[in-house]
Ligand binder design. Structure first.
Ligand code: 6PG
Length: 464
């Protein structure tokens, strides 16, 4: 019993997190399903050997950890997590804490937390963001679970986490699946952010004829202003990189088909089930799906021809990204508020914005302002908070010009356009659903309410 903590699953994320935990002064036992991986890890981590206990079978791993044990799982979401927990159960003791640090479905986490509680085992569902680099040097972490599970892990997580100034980017956000839920929404926002960036890239490339290097320079300039963020920064890097084999811009050689592991789609499905509008993420998920339909796109290009050219000042593109980002985050935080009320989680929205300021993929300068706005008006829609309303007034005209120019040229901007549609719908006091209700009543006698008879329901029109 020499290790303070244990970790199972030495894939990229697990190996990097284990190294981070070891380097921050915690002796850690590690175990992987395939022994060869454990051995390779031990060789790579040779300089931290004194802080590592590599083990070859699971009982040896469990026995190596001081009690009450803290065991972090970093295995693929879904069945592997259930299988791993089932394998651990006969070996652990009441009071031990199991942490699932993968991208698990929050409903699975709720279920596992309840099942383990019946066995006297504490469970923490931990959303970990920041990719491989974050896991190694400091991720942002979103914890859900019992107070005891959090208390057992907090001292380690607070040291391992990224820091924004001195503040560790980790927090206990609620019970059960609350942490994985917030991580899921983080990923949904990540999808929207990336899609809007890709749309602006498309306008620069196809509408304005810019090469990858010039596009990279544009993003690098924006990264000096209010858009400053990790994703804009690495867009500049990716667009500016050259393939060493061919000498061409790397970006030009990457196939235009985006993968997805599921969290964006889960976010959209969850939002729909709660009737929480999330159009920017919906557009981003759909765009990834359509990116896979390469043959259809080639056929469509042959039938209808490619889009035309457009010209816009760089500041309009910057404004489109600013307004689009504010609107997408506003949608995301509204979803968190809705879910928090429905699940009775009391999610601390300002704290969530704070722990996203460093370590995670969507870290950006704007998140500090968002945390302040959410703290000042906890129930407000972010887009209507005074500072963001002022920013939208300033940047929506640019977003409008970008969506209009792209639309006239025939260039797709589904996420930017959907955010603009969301904005314009929100400022339309008298909407158009009166016609929807009239039609529903006309064809199905579904009934409507009248503006001139408040309170009366299920009224019908004079038709047929
Ligand atoms: C993060 C990322 C991380 C991962 C996602 C990407 O916050 O560190 O979101 O969780 O990169 O799995 O998801 P897709 O494969 O669906 O793009």
């Amino acid at each position: 019993e020499t290790a303070e903590i244990g970790l199972i699953g030495l894939g990229t994320m697990g190996a990097n997190l284990a190294l981070n935990i070891a380097e921050t002064g915690h002796k850690i036992a590690v175990w992987n399903r395939t022994r060869a991986r454990t051995e390779a890890f031990a060789r790579e981590a040779d300089d931290l050997a004194a802080m590592l206990v590599t083990t070859v079978d699971l009982s040896e791993f469990v026995a190596a950890i001081a009690r009450p044990r803290r065991i972090v799982l970093m295995v693929p979401a879904g069945k592997p997590v259930d299988d791993q927990i089932a394998a651990l159960l006969p070996l652990v003791d009441a009071g031990d804490v199991i942490v699932d640090a993968g991208n698990s479905d929050w409903q699975d986490t709720d279920r596992r937390a309840a099942a383990l509680a019946r066995e006297g085992i504490e469970f923490l569902g931990l959303g970990v963001s920041g990719g491989a680099e974050g896991a190694r040097n400091g991720p942002s972490m979103m914890a859900g679970g019992s107070d005891r599970a959090w208390a057992a892990l907090a001292p380690v997580l607070q040291v391992v986490a990224a820091r924004f100034e001195h503040d560790p980017c980790v927090a206990h956000l609620g019970p059960g699946g609350a942490g994985h839920y917030v991580k899921m929404v983080h990923n949904g926002i990540e999808y929207a952010d990336m899609q809007m960036i890709a749309e602006v890239y498309g306008l620069m490339r196809d509408g304005m004829g810019q090469g990858a290097a010039a596009i990279g320079d544009g993003f690098a300039r924006w990264n000096e202003g209010p858009l400053a963020s990790y994703l804009i920064e690495i867009t500049a890097e990716v667009a500016g990189s050259i393939d060493p084999d061919s000498g061409h811009p790397m970006l030009d050689l990457i196939v235009d088909r985006a993968g997805q592991k599921g969290t964006g789609r889960w976010t959209v499905i969850d939002a729909q089930m709660r009737a929480a509008p999330l159009p920017a993420v919906e557009a981003a998920v759909t765009a990834r799906v359509l990116s896979g339909e390469a043959e259809a796109r080639a056929e469509g290009a042959a039938i209808f021809g490619e889009a035309g050219a457009m010209e816009l000042p760089e500041r309009d593109l910057e404004s489109a990204l600013m307004a689009g980002k504010i609107l997408a985050y506003s949608q995301g935080f509204s979803l968190l508020a809705t879910a928090s009320a429905e699940q009775d989680w009391s999610l601390p929205l300002p704290r969530i914005a704070e722990i996203w300021r460093a370590g995670c993929i969507i870290r950006s300068a704007m998140l500090g302002d968002m945390a302040r706005a959410l703290a000042e008006a906890p129930d407000a829609r972010l887009a209507f908070a005074p500072d963001f309303a002022v920013a939208l007034e300033a940047h929506v005209p640019g977003l409008r010009r970008v969506v209009a120019a792209a639309t006239l040229a025939g260039l797709p901007v589904p996420a930017l356009a959907s955010s603009l549609g969301y904005f314009d719908t929100l400022r339309q006091a008298r909407g158009t659903a009166n016609l929807i209700q009239g039609l529903r009543d006309r064809f199905g006698a579904h009934g409507f309410e009248r503006t001139d008879r408040p309170g009366a329901r299920d009224l019908h029109g004079p038709w047929g």
